[in-house]
Write a protein that binds this ligand. Structure first.
Ligand SMILES: N[C@@H](CCC(=O)N[C@@H](CS)C(=O)NCC(=O)O)C(=O)O
Length: 235
C-alpha cells in the first residue's frame, strides 16, 4: 500500500470497528476521519454509494465500501494473512462471516428497543444466535483462544465489535445469555482482551455507546448514569 489509507467513520460504528481491527492486527498506519451522521459531507457521499460508513480511502483515486470487502482487500494486500491458508478452513470461516449480519442484528435490535417488553422479546433472539456460534466454536477442532487457534483471523475481527456491544448491554442490564455458552464466552473474553480490538475504537467507546442510548431515547438508557457519559460521543 503506497500511501496511508483513511477510514471514514461514525464514532461508535461496529462495522467500521471491524475494518479498524484488521488495520490494527496488520499494524497498518492509517488515518480516521469522523463524519457527522446528520450532516454527511459531499466528498464522503461521492465515495459512499449507500452513504454508510465504513469507507476506506486508498490513495487519491480509490475508495472501498462494505466492511467485509475492506477486510478482504486488506488481507489480500498486506501481510500477515489473517484469513486461514487451508481452503476448507477458509470456507468455514467465510460461512460464519456470512452469519455476522444476522448475529449483529439480534444484538442491535435488542439494544435499540424502545420499551422493556420489546427489549425482552428481541433479547430472546440473542440466545439463538449465541447457541449457533457456541456450537461452531465447540466443533472447530482447536483450543482457541481465537476462532482458528492462537492467531487472530478475519472472522474474529468480524464478530468482536458485536460481542463487545453485547457486553456493553450486559453491563447495563445483566442478560445472563453468554454465561450459558462457555465456548462463546471464552472467545468473547479473548477478543475483548486482544490489543487489536482494544485499539480499534475511540478510548471512551462504552461511554459513547451509552450516550447514544440516551440521545436515541432507547429503553436501555434508563440504566445509564447520564452525568458519567454526556459529551462522550462528541469527544
Ligand atoms: N454492511 C455494511 C453496514 C455498514 C453500516 O450499517 N454502517 C452504519 C453505521 S454503524 C451506517 O453507516 N448507517 C447509515 C446511516 O446511519 O444512515 C458494512 O458491513 O460496512
Amino acid at each position: 500500500m503506497s500511501s496511508k489509507p483513511m477510514l471514514c467513520s461514525f464514532k461508535t460504528c461496529p462495522w467500521v470497528q471491524r475494518a479498524a481491527i484488521v488495520l490494527r492486527a496488520k499494524n497498518i498506519d492509517y488515518d480516521i476521519t469522523y463524519i457527522d451522521r446528520d450532516n454527511r459531507p459531499d466528498w464522503f457521499l461521492k465515495i459512499s454509494p449507500h452513504a454508510k460508513v465504513p469507507v476506506l480511502r486508498i490513495g487519491d483515486n480509490d475508495a472501498l465500501f462494505e466492511s467485509n470487502a475492506i477486510a478482504e482487500y486488506l488481507d489480500e494486500t498486506v501481510a500477515p494473512q489473517l484469513h486461514p491458508a487451508d481452503p476448507l478452513t477458509r470456507a468455514r470461516n467465510r460461512a460464519w462471516t456470512d452469519y455476522v449480519p444476522t448475529f449483529a442484528s439480534a444484538i442491535s435490535t435488542a439494544a435499540y428497543s424502545d420499551t422493556e417488553d420489546e427489549f425482552t422479546k428481541k433479547a430472546a433472539k440473542i440466545a439463538e444466535v449465541f447457541g449457533k456460534l457456541d456450537a461452531a466454536l465447540a466443533k472447530r477442532g482447536n483450543d482457541g483462544p481465537y476462532f482458528n487457534g492462537p492467531k487472530m483471523s478475519l472472522v474474529d475481527a468480524a464478530y468482536a465489535p458485536f460481542l463487545q456491544r453485547y457486553t456493553f448491554m450486559d453491563r447495563l442490564r445483566p442478560l445472563g445469555f453468554i454465561e450459558k455458552f462457555p465456548h462463546l464466552k471464552a472467545w468473547r473474553d479473548a477478543l475483548l482482551a486482544a490489543p487489536a480490538v482494544k485499539a480499534s475504537t475511540v478510548a471512551n467507546i462504552e461511554a459513547a455507546w451509552q450516550e447514544n442510548m440516551i440521545i436515541n431515547k432507547r429503553w436501555l438508557a434508563k440504566f445509564v448514569v447520564a452525568e458519567n457519559v454526556l459529551g462522550a460521543a462528541a469527544a
